[in-house]
Ligand binder design. Sequence first.
Ligand code: SAH
Ligand code: SF4
Length: 439
Amino acid sequence: MNFFIKTYGCQMNVNDSEKMQHILENKGLTITRDEGSADIVIINSCAVREKPQDKIFSYAGRLPKDKIIIVAGCVAQAEKEKILERNPNINYIVGTHQYYQIDGIVDEILETRNRKTGIKVQFIRQWQEAIPGIDARTSHVSGYISIMEGCNNFCSYCIVPFARGREKHRPFEKIMEEAAYLAEKGYKEIILLGQNVNNWEDKERNMKFTDLLDVMAQRIDVKWIRFITSYPGYYDNELIAVMAKHRKIARNIHFPAQSGSTRILKKMNRIYTRGQYLDIIRRFKKRIPDITFSSDFIVGYPGETGNDFKLTLSLVKKVEYENIFSFIYSPRKHTRAFKMEDKLSLEVKKQRLYELQELQRKIQLKNNKALAGSTVEVLITGKNPKKPGDVIGRTVSYRVVNFKSGTGAGEFTRVLIEHVGPYSLRGREVPGRLSGNSN
Ligand code: SAH
Ligand code: SF4
């Protein structure tokens, strides 16, 4: 029996898909590279905006009728049985907290062959350990580790608390076990995952996220430890201290601001004001001068005026992010903002998105130009599929670097930057010593 997994959305979904793959492979099923040859197609869905949500329905609609189609992930959890009504091709739905039971669910499906059996979408309150050491990983360079799931923040626009439930924190030992396993397997960087990572804690051990980082940086033999996503303002002093202490913790933070206007931030139910956000950034930069930031922004939030939007542009100019992800506001059912009046035309929203992305492009080009002629340290993440002989690497601040190399994925090397664009750098490998990770 063959299966195929189509994954939409964030890195946590990718990680959950890898776990499902591992479980099903252990059960004797075989993963296939294309849906055409699969008996079972699992769609791991994303509900965060309307577009990715719609994609799963058009994708499922295109699949041949003889396939068993399982929808897992966030749309499954948030929409439940409604999914089956919307698309008769879909056979089963599996919630965000049931993916680790996918083997039993597949058994149930194969036994009964009935539509709508195996529907499991209820939330569970505690962290569920999927399986120790997951081998079905797409990357053999960057090891992702889920450390928490869910969110208690209820930002007014966001479906995550309805799709992933309340926060559940993975116990310290389990995280360390997986980290040690990955380091032993030769992974070069560890990326801790969660919707709100800096709120992680292990109550029994009286440990906060920054304690976890501290212990991990001391004990786990990898070059970089990263984490995504952090909420601006949770334990920032402790985070500054632990990042200043260990170079192993990559000096790059994804700190989604969402807007530069305090008025809009209040409406979004974010806990910081524009001034507080900028103050957090300033304090990080003061103590760790080489730190860099990235962010997410929503434009066209209900009630966003031209002036609010200007404040977002000016925030972006002030912080000079390495990279931003920007989105037009997408109304999501279940959320508070869903009922807010949304008067702005799509034209205006698109124009604002364009302006924001143009500004960021200019900032990135300027910052990349400043790197021309210098040598940067790069982790090779893989071959460039479009250019034979070329590899793609990432700097500590996550900038993309293209170059030719005799070595492959997982190697650290030095690259002299010769050409720059807004979204990537190009150069040639040069000999020389790599920096250590000593504190
Ligand atoms: N936990 C993270 C974000 C998770 S969702 C955080 O708090 O930052 C990823 C990004 O999607 C968000 O940062 C936000 O910018 C965007 N997003 C979430 N809901 C959205 C919506 N309804 N419309 C448009 N963008 C949205
Ligand atoms: Fe969504 Fe806000 Fe939680 Fe992020 S912090 S997942 S945006 S509710």
